[in-house]
Write a protein that binds this ligand. Structure first.
Ligand code: NI
Length: 258
């Protein structure tokens, strides 16, 4: 069930059965010479819509912009400041909470979204703790699709260290599956593997400025061998992510926190 495809009486009827909503979060940023700029948005949206069908969950509008300043030296990237995303998330949640939604499940496709989302959740909890918001409790969970345990095992099995950190073969495989008509050929060589310290310190897209990022990763891939991506892998990754996320969502509705 997609929110924009509903009427308001449809939503009112849904709220009598559930107070949960799934919110896909992506980004609009370069994904190497062959990965589509909308990769993070297409992956988050396709996983969210597939899980929504399994779970019977309403899926809200996709957030297509996130913090991606480190990719601004590559043309076509559109970046929000982290603080802008915090405000967008708060306005999005409070709009739906006004109507009766209480459980907000963010299905994430971009590492840089996680820290601002956590900040937005704390801001909204703080409003209740401080007595500024007496509208009742709300619950949040953010899951990045690649962190779901079975998906994580599958992408390690398929790609090993070639998975890397950005323009990963797993995300590009999903876009090859959902958008075959616009997929690009990729015969790029394997990039230099990342060392463990780099991965440790730069997780969650914790990268420096755009100039130094492009100088270090001149084709835009961050340790990812995008040429390994296959549409059939994408179909498996998408189906596994949707199944796992639907179970995680059911647990979230039952337990609230997490
Ligand atoms: Ni990405």
């Amino acid at each position: 069930m997609i929110l924009q495809h509903c009427t308001w009486p449809d939503v009112e009827a849904y709220l009598r059965t559930s107070t949960g909503v799934v919110i896909p979060m992506g980004s609009t940023e370069q994904h190497g010479p062959t990965g589509l700029i909308g990769t993070d948005t297409f992956t988050a949206q396709s996983v969210a819509q597939a899980m929504g069908e399994i779970a019977g969950a309403l899926v809200g509008p996709t957030l297509m912009l996130g913090p991606a300043q480190f990719n601004l030296a590559f043309p076509g990237t559109v970046s929000l400041r982290p603080t802008t995303l915090v405000h967008v998330i708060i306005d999005y949640v409070q709009s739906l909470a006004r109507g009766g939604f209480r459980h907000f499940y963010f299905l994430n496709g971009h590492g840089g979204n996680a820290a601002p989302a956590a900040c937005a959740f704390q801001e909204m909890h703080a409003d209740r703790s401080l007595g500024h918001d007496r509208s009742g409790s709300v619950h949040f969970r953010l899951r990045s699709w690649w962190d779901l345990p079975q998906v994580n095992a599958m992408r390690q099995r398929l790609y090993g260290e070639g998975e890397g950190m950005h323009a990963t073969p797993s995300e590009i495989a999903i876009t090859r599956h959902v958008l075959p008509a616009i997929s690009r050929e990729d015969e790029l060589p394997a990039p230099v593997p990342l060392d463990a310290d780099f991965i440790k310190f730069h997780g969650g897209d914790n990268h420096m400025d755009a100039q130094s990022h492009r100088a270090r990763f001149p084709d835009g891939r961050v340790g990812s061998h995008s040429g390994l991506a296959r549409a059939e892998h994408g179909a498996q990754l998408l189906a596994t992510a949707a199944r796992e996320a639907a179970l995680d969502y059911a647990n979230f509705l039952r337990d609230g926190q997490g």
